[in-house]
Design a protein around this ligand. Structure first.
Ligand SMILES: Cc1cc2nc3c(=O)[nH]c(=O)nc-3n(C[C@H](O)[C@H](O)[C@H](O)COP(=O)(O)OP(=O)(O)OC[C@H]3O[C@@H](n4cnc5c(N)ncnc54)[C@H](O)[C@@H]3O)c2cc1C
Ligand code: SF4
Length: 838
């Protein structure tokens, strides 16, 4: 290989030559150190060259969990795009590894044959996944066996996603039940893979919490459908060329087709060892982050050992980067890093976790305050010594975390009523809590943003919450601090926070509100989700989070002119059944108005018997649910049933619940069953921004619970009908508002359709009617829908009629799958029946 002698040079505006700063490692610490150096005028002092052996700009490693779960695309997680390096005159050698440092001549040697001189060197080589000793990890050729993954880089994550998306890969074992292992398990689960976590510790996340917290976390993780084996060790990976399972010590083997090793990390110190730098567990640095006995070499991040400690989270490296930059630029040569108290605030597998200091009492005199509510996944434990907080674990509810972190960091005296540490019990409210926070208090751990930085962004003109988030990157990591970020911004703006324009976007990927989006779609004649992205998204970029909302909107607007693209659909909508937590599906045949016949019952019974359905259940919407059907059996189940879909899935019109009404009930004044069936026949399958549940009751006794439905109809005296809208009886409870009282069932159907169409056209994506109706106001709705104040009633009726006319039973696809994998098993089947047979 030819060697190239690199001579970065340059002069700062004053004329003196700039010194050469070389950074090895382009990860979170290396890039952050350079940002801090630039912020201290480093661009005038140095020509900067960076080496990173990953072929990318700098990205937020924390967000890989979100990329794995599909919540973010890998394009969205870059902290510094390649343009940032250009703009700051930084020479980046991406995809190039530094192999050796010659301290005597002050050069680094990289694997592309380049020899680069430095005056100051920063080592920020981070860590790599640790592969614990076990049989079968490697092929005879020495490479890691096909189907085994670490979880550290974008490339690892992409490969895992690719592997998980192949239909024949259905089961994964994750080795390690710490933060990374749980994130990996959660991410894989969202690809429909059955996941088992094998953890050698006695409880999950044992580095961050005690056994009681671990037990609550285990319950939350298991509730996601992830299997957990604690106090268990993997001894071998089975399979010759690729993975077929793992062997455990003292337990039965687990069959699987992929293994993710998340059993800890090891600092990348080979370069330092080879170059004769002091290395113990990691590269030894002093309080200036200077490598011991090396005046020109600094190190930062996970590759560093400071006062005996090696850190594996980002918060310490933000603090290190500040001190390092103060010394490298000479901005503050008295600056010292004294170590970090690691208060961890994370979202692990969708569960809020905060942990600091001790997990439990150590001395007889320690007070231990514990609150545990396992059924809701909530656990809070605080350890108090001499009236100071020395440890806390919060799971599932981290509202008090800002206050507790302060109390822990600064040793604040504690309230006498200890319960105030766990809950807001009429003490100072959240506002006061925010005001009391120190300027240096870290609000966003993932991106190292302090309260002071957020306040400065607001004072510097960021008038919206998202603007302040963009400017500082606060809240752009795991997301667990978003509430606190919002509170700090609101407090700093003193009530003058402006509304965020993005908050009004119909879907996040297209900067238009719903009316503007619909107008643009009409004007440009767009008919599919990909056409909308191409025409209206910035840079024509497709955004996964926007697809479902767009698909629903287009279908509503275009009826049978809509071009369906299956990748825009959620799994339920792809197979027209409701995915359950064990990966099987539940099939609900239509039963209009809750009425059935002997033939239907017999057919359902036969199908249940033939397919060994593990659970048959009556739903709250008066239908029969066949639970536990594997994906590949769905077409046959539908064929055997030969009944239309009951729409128990999807964002669409679902069902009309009815009472028995006047024919049978001695109180009934209206034929609720007949009207319910007619409504359901008319609007079956209609797409909407969120699900729609309806009911018709034969008298004001309301046996069908009409007052708490999206649209509820009640027969009243004189053969009249009341129509209620915006009711709910789920997680949110609301009595519907009276829209109109009408004389006959035809008018009920007309106004129901008109209201639904108006809601379809005006509501935000996923906005249920219980939020929509109060937002626009019942008086407005009455004016538009009943009195036609805007003259749009005829258009609303016509649009609804077009959707009704374009109805096709989705189950007819069983004859002709739209994609090859539509009904192939891609899903894990844990041992059935998963739903307990009662
Ligand atoms: C999936 C995942 C989720 C995480 N979640 C969290 C979280 O929620 N909260 C939290 O606080 N932390 C989290 N972390 C940890 C966090 O990402 C790390 O603490 C942080 O990235 C460490 O930064 P670093 O710069 O020291 O190392 P890295 O970010 O790993 O950067 C080091 C870089 O140096 C490169 N390199 C190594 N050797 C060489 C060489 N010889 N030449 C050139 N380049 C080299 C490496 O390839 C790498 O790109 C998570 C980590 C992962 C993997
Ligand atoms: S709502 Fe009225 S009509 Fe219907 S079942 Fe109840 S009491 Fe009878």
């Amino acid at each position: 290989m030819t060697s190239v002698l690199e001579r970065p040079h340059g002069r700062h505006p004053g004329g003196a030559p700039r010194r050469r700063l070389v950074v090895v490692g382009n990860g979170m610490a290396g890039a952050r150190a350079v940002e801090e150096i630039l912020a201290r005028g480093g661009a005038d002092q140095f020509t900067i060259t960076m080496f990173g052996d990953e072929p990318y700009g700098n990205y937020n490693r924390i967000m890989l969990s979100h990329v794995l779960s599909g919540e973010e695309s890998d394009a969205d997680i870059f902290l510094n795009a390649l343009s940032w390096y250009n703009e700051n005159s930084i020479t980046l050698h991406a995809g190039v590894r530094v192999d050796r440092i010659d301290k005597a001549t002050k050069h680094v040697f990289s694997n592309d044959g380049r020899v680069t001189p430095y005056d100051t060197l920063i080592i920020a080589t981070g860590s790599r996944s640790h592969m614990p000793p076990m049989d079968g990890l490697y092929t005879p050729g020495g490479s890691v066996k096909h189907g085994i993954f670490g979880f550290r880089t974008i490339d690892d994550t992409r490969k895992m996603v690719q592997h998980a998306q192949q239909d024949h890969h259905r089961r994964a074992v994750v080795i390690g039940g710490g933060l990374l292992g749980l994130e990996a398990a959660y991410g894989l689960k969202s690809h429909g893979i059955a996941v088992e976590v094998v953890h050698s510790g006695g409880h999950l996340m044992n580095a961050q919490m005690g056994p009681d917290g671990g037990a609550v976390l285990r319950r939350s993780v298991e509730a996601l459908g992830i299997g957990v084996h604690t106090s268990s060790r993997t001894t071998a990976v089975l399979g010759t060329d690729s993975v077929i399972g793992v062997s455990l010590r003292d337990r039965e083997d687990i069959a699987c087709d992929m293994v993710v090793v998340a059993a800890g990390i090891r600092p990348n110190v080979d370069l330092a060892v080879l170059s004769g730098l002091p290395v113990e567990r990691a590269i030894v640095v002093d309080d200036r982050l200077m490598v011991q006995d090396e005046d020109d070499i600094f190190a930062v991040g996970e590759c560093v050992q400071h006062r005996g400690e090696v850190y594996g989270l980002v918060a310490p490296l933000w603090e290190q980067a500040v001190v390092l930059a103060n010394h490298v630029t000479g901005a503050d040569t008295s600056s010292a890093y004294l170590g970090s108290r690691t208060a961890t605030k994370l979202k692990v597998a969708g569960v809020d976790v905060a942990s600091m200091g001790l997990h439990g009492p150590e001395l007889d005199t320690d007070e231990h305050i514990v609150f545990s509510e396992p059924s809701r996944g909530i656990f809070k434990s605080i350890v108090v010594r001499d009236n100071k907080m020395v440890g806390a674990t919060l799971l599932g509810d981290s509202r008090k975390v800002a206050y507790l972190t302060q109390a822990y960091d600064r040793g604040l005296p504690l309230p006498e009523e200890r319960i105030a540490l766990l809950f807001d019990v009429g003490g100072p409210g959240e506002e006061a809590g925010v005001a009391e926070l120190d300027d240096g208090a870290q609000v966003c751990n993932c991106n190292g943003v302090s309260k002071g930085a957020l306040v400065a962004a607001v004072k510097g003109g960021c008038a919206t919450v998202s603007g302040a988030m963009d400017a500082t990157r606060a809240g752009k990591g795991c997301g667990s601090c978003k509430l606190l970020v919002k509170q700090v911004v609101e407090w700093a703006a003193d009530g003058a926070v402006e509304e965020d324009p993005a908050a009004s976007y119909y879907v996040p990927g297209i900067p238009l509100d719903k009316p503007a989006l619909m107008a643009a779609i009409r004007k440009q004649g767009l008919r599919s989700v990909s056409q909308v992205f191409a025409a209206l998204a910035p840079g024509s970029a497709e955004d996964a989070k926007s697809k479902m909302g767009l698909a629903s909107l287009l279908k509503m607007m275009l009826a049978d002119r809509y071009i369906d693209e299956r990748d825009a659909r959620f799994i339920n909508d792809r197979v027209h059944a409701n995915i359950q937590r064990d990966g099987t599906f539940s099939v609900v045949p239509q039963m209009k108005g809750g009425v059935t016949s002997v033939q239907q019952l017999r057919r359902i019974a036969d199908v249940a018997e033939k397919h060994k359905v593990p659970l048959i259940k009556l739903t709250g919407g008066q239908r029969i649910d066949l639970l536990g059907i594997p994906k590949e059996d769905l077409p046959q189940v539908w064929a055997d049933l030969d009944m239309p879909s009951g729409y128990a899935y999807g964002k669409s019109f679902r069902t009309v619940k009815t009472c028995v009404g006047k024919d049978f009930c001695r109180y009934g004044t209206g034929d609720s069953t007949k009207l319910g069936i007619e409504i359901e026949s008319r609007f079956q399958g209609i797409e909407s921004p969120a699900k729609l549940k309806l009911a018709v009751s034969g008298c004001p006794r309301n046996c069908a619970e009409s007052l708490v439905k999206d649209v509820g109809v009640v027969a009243v005296e004189g053969g009249r009908w009341e129509l209620y809208v915006g009711g709910a009886a789920g997680a949110h409870i609301r009595k519907g508002d009276l829209l109109a009282t009408v004389d006959d069932p035809e008018e009920v159907k007309l106004l129901t359709g008109r209201f639904m169409q108006y809601y379809r056209e005006q509501a935000n994506w996923l906005e249920r009617t219980y939020a929509f109706v109060p937002r626009v106001g019942i008086e407005h709705l009455r004016a538009v829908i009943v009195e036609d104040s805007e003259g749009i009633a005829a258009a609303l009726d016509a649009a609804m009629q077009a959707s009704v006319d374009s109805y096709v039973d989705p189950w007819s696809e069983r004859h002709d799958p739209l994609t090859p994998g539509q009904f192939r098993t891609a899903l894990p089947l844990t041992v059935l029946p998963q739903v307990p047979v009662r």
